[in-house]
Write a protein that binds this ligand. Structure first.
Ligand code: GLV
Ligand code: MN
Ligand code: MN
Length: 440
């Protein structure tokens, strides 16, 4: 059975679908003339009408291809290409279709539509897998709406308590970068049609025999080194924190400088402290593996003629080495105590998540390497500094990831771009790898 597997990737179809998916956006086309063409601006926040349209589109493609579709209580969607032995654990691939505000059209979507094309091309070639092959479309890989990333995969991997997940406050960015709308994730998912208890979401043991996610690199290394594909050996450990800085506000003209307890000035010191300690950590390790970002800032009351009395901000900090990440936080906390004392300001910290790195499975890495070699495709092993749903699939399955280069290493921006050739190569190696794993 299945002596030679020759999937033919239909690149035109895949690109057509990627471009159609990109039309499901809440972002107007970018007018930034400084960005290189092509640009496609995509905003697709989880559980908004655009997200639901994207889900319906993927479902229609899956059904047209003859795959069955099921959705769990958080909205993770499973497309199944049934194997000849349904008693065996499945082989999985997939990614996400939600997009942060003003993002590009390839982050996550290449893994979803490339994954679909991989399954479709295998089916069209007449291949019948021994193990079923599944494509999983995760809910809320991006942290935009509920403050924490990878909600669907955290639940699948048993890493997020279902009750805590359901209680997460909705913070739609359209209203205010930080302000809760008063709704919870439970309210929002139910209104979107995803009902039932989240306790049913975690995967049973050994559900997946192997898991492979296709994704754009989101960094510059493959392009810089002119390497066609990247094979991910580790995914860096992300952590995120919310800080509330409380000072004392007042009239911007009448409140005298010596009497001020300006929350935004304190925030500025905190942000610069993050940068200083992260740069120092890289200098000490001789690597670029420590990264930290303050990407949201909400200023109260937010008037030009009012001294800021309160600031809320979020810190995203990642490292391949958790000890080094924690050392940066320890140094930051010491600075925070100094800022509080010197400025008579209160700063509270709330941990949102502090995850561990994920490590890829040597056998899946070897399988990916084997097909890169047999197809004469250059590849490098590499670390992912971005996090992915695979970080949490690693808790319940052997995983690996396959990266394709993206122009100038750019991601989370409208000028994110990957060439059709790279997308096709990644999809081909994914298809061959899934087929091989599914026949084990
Ligand atoms: C995923 O989008 C990440 O922020 O790494
Ligand atoms: Mn992203
Ligand atoms: Mn992504």
């Amino acid at each position: 059975m299945n002596p030679v597997i020759r999937p033919i990737i239909n690149t035109d179809r895949l690109l057509r679908e990627l471009h159609h998916l990109a039309t499901l956006t809440d972002c107007p086309p970018t007018t930034d003339a400084t960005l290189p063409a092509p640009t496609t601006a995509v905003t697709r926040i989880v559980f908004t009408p655009r997200d639901l349209e994207a889900r319906a589109y993927i479902k229609s493609l899956a059904e047209a291809a003859g795959f069955s579709v099921r959705t769990d209580a958080i909205g993770n969607t499973f497309l199944r290409f049934p194997g000849s032995d349904p008693t065996l654990s499945a082989v999985g691939t997939g990614s996400h279709t939600d997009a942060i505000p003003h993002a590009g059209m390839y982050d996550g979507t290449v893994g979803v539509l490339g994954g679909l094309e991989a399954l479709r091309s295998l089916k069209e070639s007449g291949f019948i897998p021994r193990r079923s092959i599944e494509l999983l479309v995760f809910t809320s890989e991006e942290p935009t709406r509920f403050g924490i990333g990878c909600i669907g995969s955290r639940l699948l991997g048993g890493v997020l308590d279902p009750a805590i997940a359901d209680a997460l406050p909705d913070r739609l960015p359209e209203s205010d970068p930080q302000a809760p709308t008063g709704l919870t994730l439970h309210d929002v998912r139910t209104a979107a049609g995803f009902t039932g208890s989240l306790s049913t979401v975690p995967l049973p043991p050994n559900y997946y025999h192997a898991w492979v996610e296709l994704h754009i690199e989101q960094g510059p290394l493959l392009e810089r080194e002119q390497i066609s594909l990247g094979i991910v050996t580790h995914i860096a450990a992300p952590a995120s924190y919310r800080y509330e800085i409380t000072g004392f506000g007042g009239h911007a003209g009448a409140l005298l400088m010596p009497d001020r307890r300006d929350a935004l000035c304190a925030a500025a010191e905190l942000i610069l402290s993050v940068e200083r300690h992260t740069l120092a950590a890289n200098a000490a390790s001789g690597s670029a593996d420590s990264v930290a970002t303050v990407g949201t800032l909400a200023i109260h009351p937010g008037a030009v003629n009012s001294v800021p009395s309160r600031v809320n901000l979020m810190l995203d900090i990642r490292d391949t080495d958790v000890t080094r990440r924690d050392a940066i936080l320890t140094a930051l906390r010491a600075d925070i105590r100094t800022i509080e004392t010197c400025r008579s300001i209160a700063i509270s910290e709330h941990q949102i998540n502090a995850d561990i790195p994920a490590v890829s499975d040597p056998h899946i890495i070897a399988t990916l390497e084997h097909f890169c070699a047999s197809e004469s495709i250059s590849c490098n092993k590499m670390v992912s500094r971005a996090y992915h749903d695979s970080s949490f699939m690693a808790r319940v399955a052997p995983i690996a990831m396959l990266f394709i280069p993206c122009r100038n290493g750019v991601s989370h921006r409208p000028d994110e771009y990957a060439t059709p050739k790279s997308i096709a190569l990644g999809t081909r190696v994914l298809a061959l790898t899934l087929a091989k794993l599914a026949n084990q």
